[in-house]
Design a binder for this molecule. Structure first.
Ligand code: ZN
Length: 306
């Protein structure tokens, strides 16, 4: 079965990413949390694990899907890298890529107007928004996917993210094809105020209609999945799988401690904590994520009405 034998993270993938503006392997590298630690070193030669500080051979780290061999730390991946890792080669076809955020509050941050701020991110992140949605195949099984990217304004959910996710949900409902959302987000995008918060209700309502049609929805939580995304569609899936160590929860532990005025257990707001308390269904190592999702899809497929 090819699931178990997926190659190491490809640098130049074959999936057609219409929603991502010509992002290449060199750029994709900037997407990982470990990048800051590698600045002084030639690219890919060695990587210092941001968690345990172990110096890792870049080649081995890539082969291990950017997971530290010593402590198991899962470095963050961009949307493009996720797509390459999870979906069948060349199977991803994006839709919904022509949407752009409005500036309802005329928001200015550090003298930069919101539209200019977004334009900066578009140039830097090589994406036009914090999510890309499309059709794809996993081990030959058709899915509708929404893949988020924390490199674009922290993966925050504004009106475009909410609308694209909703379009993906509606497409899945219409075509009765399982929905997979790969979540990563710092929460609702404050620059869009109420328009961002509205997306929580909008995506939740669309998911209720998806559930009525009996179409399965699987969510993969990656580091970090917090705020309005966790409090809406990410927590509403039929099955929720998370990567080890991913921050999962409405707020991070520091914010909760400040609010509660008490010390919290060390693993608060992690995937493992959420699993222990029944909030999610499984924690899967990155190498096991694709086989796990494929197994789930087959399971749902077998139960799905013809
Ligand atoms: Zn490590």
């Amino acid at each position: 079965m090819r699931d178990e034998s997926r190659p190491a993270l490809p640098v130049n993938g074959q999936n057609g990413l219409n929603g991502l503006n010509g992002r290449n392997g060199a750029h994709a590298e900037a997407a990982t949390a470990a990048t800051a630690a590698t600045k002084a070193l030639p690219r890919n030669l060695a990587v210092k694990c941001p968690n345990c500080r172990e110096l890792l051979v870049g080649k081995d780290w890539e082969k291990n899907l950017r997971v530290c061999v010593r402590c198991g730390y899962h470095s963050r991946l961009s949307a493009r890298e996720r797509i390459e890792l999870l979906f069948d080669d060349g199977s991803f076809e994006a839709f919904g890529s022509d949407l752009h955020s409005a500036d309802p509050l005329s928001f200015v941050s550090r003298t930069q107007p919101y539209p200019a701020y977004l334009a900066d991110y578009r140039a830097r992140a090589g994406m036009d928004e914090a999510v890309v949605v499309g059709r794809a195949h996993m081990d030959g099984l058709p899915i509708v996917a929404a893949v988020m990217d924390s490199n674009f304004v922290g993966g925050s959910m504004g009106s475009v993210v909410g609308e694209r996710v909703t379009q993906a949900i509606e497409r899945a409902a219409e075509e009765r094809v399982p929905l997979l959302i790969v979540a990563t987000s710092g929460g609702a995008r404050m620059q869009e105020g109420l328009f961002a918060l509205m997306q929580m209700a909008k995506t939740a309502a669309a998911l209720a209609r998806l559930a009525e049609r009996g179409v399965p929805f699987i969510c993969l939580l990656t580091d970090p999945t917090t705020g309005g995304v966790w409090a809406s569609f990410a927590a509403l899936a039929d099955v929720i799988v998370a990567e080890p160590g991913a921050m999962v929860g409405f707020a991070g532990p520091r914010v909760i401690e400040q609010f509660m005025h008490q010390r919290l257990p060390k693993d608060t707001a992690t995937a493992e904590f959420a699993l222990k308390h029944g909030m999610i269904d499984a924690v899967a190592h990155r190498r096991d994520v694709r086989p796990t999702l494929v197994r789930l899809l087959r399971m749902f497929g077998a139960a799905r009405p013809a």
